[in-house]
Design a protein around this ligand. Sequence first.
Ligand code: AVJ
Length: 320
Amino acid sequence: AANEGMALVDLDGEGVDRAFRADVLAGLHQPQKAIPARWLYDDAGSQLFEDITRLEEYYPTRAETEILTARGAEFAGEIGPGRAVVEFGSGSSVKTPLLLRAIDPAAYVPLDIAGDFLRAAADDLATKFPGLPVYPVEADFMREVALPEAVKGLPTLGFFPGSTIGNMVPRTAVNLLRTMRATLGADSKLLIGMDLIKDPAVLEAAYDDAAGVTAEFNLNLARRINRELDGTIPVEDLRHVARWNDDFARIEMHLEARRDMTFEVAGESFSLATGETIHTENSHKFSRRSANALLLAGEWTPVRRWTDSGERFSLILAEA
Ligand code: AVJ
């Protein structure tokens, strides 16, 4: 599991700092240096990701939004009203209302590890849907979460948009899918976004845009290390690289050394030779079959699949 260290234990306050330090140091000691992608999302990184979603080259957000906009009646028919919608990671303020408007749920339960984002998203939703009970839960959804008392007994719909599942290697993704099943309980369904395999040139452009926003997003991780962990990484001598790994059907982001370098992080010394990289993200892409296989391995049965008009992105409905 190259770039997903598991120091995610206690993620409040100091716990976050400790987990970041532990993941970065462990990752920099590996032969192929690698840092878990979740650390890309500090305040600056989250803002940069928002900017990425508006780039011409970055199609996934627009493609998924197109599906959610165009297929509301079909979601309603397949999913039905009266479910508690449990969103795993409540960042997306645009996509969620599209789903909620379509299916007439009984409650909305956003789960997020970042309490401030969570409350903002919950307030926003509660304002948009005055009759809908909203029960935010601050939790790490990689572990089984106890849903609020008020939604116990309701059938659930898990919502996991954005192809975030693609950031995980299959073994981690399968574990998460099983954990989601445990969280959601009996009589649950799952609506999950999965980005599709396509021309590597299109993929590489989506992760290495002409304006350099994705490069900034990636380099921000090195800046964050310098800021928060007393680092001396020479950020200007690192280069953003996005490359398609065809064996594993994934886009990889790396930070590549333009020259031999030595630097310190949290009092420890590290070096990179010219051309050597720090692996910072995987973004797996799926075929119809590989998506179904992953869901089945995670104990979900796919029942319906939607794609955008360009066949770039899929939303899959599965049943427990
Ligand atoms: C937020 C995980 C969906 O993998 O496409 C965008 C993150 N990284 N550009 C993705 C990302 C570089 C994004 N996800």
